[in-house]
Design a protein around this ligand. Structure first.
Ligand SMILES: Cc1cc2nc3c(=O)[nH]c(=O)nc-3n(C[C@H](O)[C@H](O)[C@H](O)COP(=O)(O)OP(=O)(O)OC[C@H]3O[C@@H](n4cnc5c(N)ncnc54)[C@H](O)[C@@H]3O)c2cc1C
Length: 457
């Protein structure tokens, strides 16, 4: 059936009335109903709201390095998160239209089908994400519709910073000092109580992993922490963290102890949790030990910093001078070394244990990320972009600005003037424990049966 025929039929059946205003809400990395400005504003301004999510095949392709853009652990988390969003919208009387395909085709097509007068989305910052929204914007222009951009991914709103984007300090220390002194975190946006959607003809099925060309991940019994995608599970994990009853987190030293790691990153990266919500819950809480001095708040600021650095520098984020300075002679057997690093076969127990944990679970703590990244870049002399691409495939919490920003920081090719970021790099890592609970846990397959190594990769 032609689209115009379908629209006519809907009008005849009273599904769409010409006088009603409909706004299409395009969900991307903001899979929540709490503190969600695009949803709230659409409900406020329109009679009907059309929530849409697109699974874009671009994110499930294989890159030039032969790596998947999205590995199966993160893909499963995403599928669960979209299902949870649909469920939460249904509880409010709404629904979520789900499609697989290029958003530049799908969004305008749905906008026409449901006679939406505008499309709302949250602005992204990294190259690929902004290219996708530019393509959608161009396609919408062709049918005379506007794509309205909102800011919703940061703790501090861009307009509340004490400096224009072009003057944001490149040093994290200066950025932190000025933002904490001169800016305030905005209150959260009200959670809607009801959503009115037009009668939806075909809500669409949420794909399964096989539809995305992926296999079901194996849930490694060595991992204590269980991830479940979605706003509901994210809010529960936040409560557990605040009350101090979370499952044991992996400490900075990689040992299983209860420490400050919140394990919230996967939910924050997909926007199942808003940064502001986390901030408010942590700073207002009277139960546990957390408050505005919580280490979590500092960590959230790092996330903002990398995002704003992307906004400020764009493609120049990775300083050409530093990239030039960084032209160390690459190791002749680069590919072989990269393969050993990826598979956790470097013969440095701490590095190998970390990579096994990453491959098996999609997560390693910040300290371990710094160590394995430093080892790849400084000891194996590999291109940091290869490491970043590998993290993109594997991390359950992959987020472009946080990933590239941290990798560039470790490699020393970013804009922060701070020197000597070899952290606890290769040399020190090798000197770290060779026997510990962490190492024994994640290298147990090697010790038990050398031939089983491939099974955790
Ligand atoms: C090489 C490298 C690559 C990384 N890639 C990513 C990535 O793709 N996605 C991602 O979310 N984080 C990334 N990080 C940052 C950090 O390691 C993770 O955010 C953190 O380990 C997640 O665990 P958590 O939620 O328990 O963190 P917590 O320590 O509890 O911190 C709370 C939150 O603050 C944010 N945060 C903490 N540290 C950082 C940091 N250094 N940079 C940016 N945000 C931070 C995260 O949203 C995190 O959930 C990377 C770090 C390194 C060194």
């Amino acid at each position: 059936m032609q689209i115009c025929e379908l629209i006519e039929r809907c009008q005849l059946q009273g599904i769409i009335t010409m006088s009603e205003k409909t706004i299409l809400v395009w969900f991307r990395n903001d899979l929540r109903v709490h503190d969600n400005e695009i949803l709230f504003e659409a409900i406020r301004k329109a009679d009907k709201v059309l929530p849409v999510y697109c699974f874009d095949p671009f994110y499930f392709k294989t890159t030039e390095l032969g790596l998947s853009k999205t590995g199966n652990i993160r893909a499963r988390f995403l599928l669960e998160s979209v299902a949870d969003l649909r469920h939460n919208l249904q509880k409010l009387g709404g629904d979520l239209i789900v499609r697989t395909g290029n958003p530049a085709d799908i969004i305008p097509q749905l906008a026409q089908q449901y006679q939406a007068s505008e499309v709302y989305h949250h602005r992204e910052v990294a190259f690929e994400e902004t290219k996708i929204s530019e393509d959608v914007e161009t396609a919408l222009w062709k049918i005379k519709l506007n794509l309205k951009h909102f800011i919703g991914h940061t703790l501090y709103h861009k307009e509340d910073l004490p400096f224009p984007i072009k003057d944001i300090p490149d040093s994290f220390a200066v950025f932190k000092k000025k933002v904490e002194r001169d800016s305030a975190v905005r209150p959260c946006i009200e959670t809607p109580r009801h959503i009115s959607v037009p009668p939806i003809i075909d809500p669409g099925k949420i794909p399964v992993l096989a539809d995305l060309g992926l296999t079901e991940p194996f849930d490694d019994p060595r991992e204590i922490f269980q991830y479940k995608g979605g706003e509901t599970a994210g809010l529960e994990q936040l409560q557990r963290y605040i009350l101090g009853t979370g499952q044991p987190a992996v400490s900075r030293g990689g040992k299983y102890t209860a420490d400050h790691s919140s394990r919230l990153s996967a939910w924050i990266s997909l926007g199942c949790l808003s940064m502001r919500w986390v901030y408010r819950q942590v700073t207002n809480n009277t139960h546990g030990s957390h408050n505005s001095n919580s280490p979590l708040i500092l960590e959230l600021l790092w996330r903002d910093y990398f995002r704003f650095m992307f906004k400020k520098h764009g493609r120049q984020l990775f300083s050409p001078e530093r990239l030039k300075d960084d032209q160390r002679e690459p190791a002749p057997n680069q590919d072989e070394l990269f393969e050993k690093w990826k598979t956790g076969n470097t013969d440095v127990p701490y590095i190998d244990a970390s990579m096994h944990q990453l491959n098996a679970t999609g997560y390693i703590g910040n300290h371990n990320r710094q160590i394995v990244a430093g080892f790849l870049v400084h000891q194996l002399k590999a291109d940091w972009r290869k490491g970043a691409a590998y993290f993109e495939e594997k991390l359950i919490d992959y987020s472009p600005a946080s990933n590239s920003g941290n990798w560039a920081f470790v490699a020393g090719v970013d804009k922060d003037p701070r020197d000597n970021r070899y952290f606890l790099g290769a040399k020190q890592a090798a000197e770290l424990e060779t026997q510990s609970h962490f190492i024994n846990t994640w290298l147990s397959d090697v010790y038990d049966d050398d031939s089983s190594l491939a099974s955790v990769i």
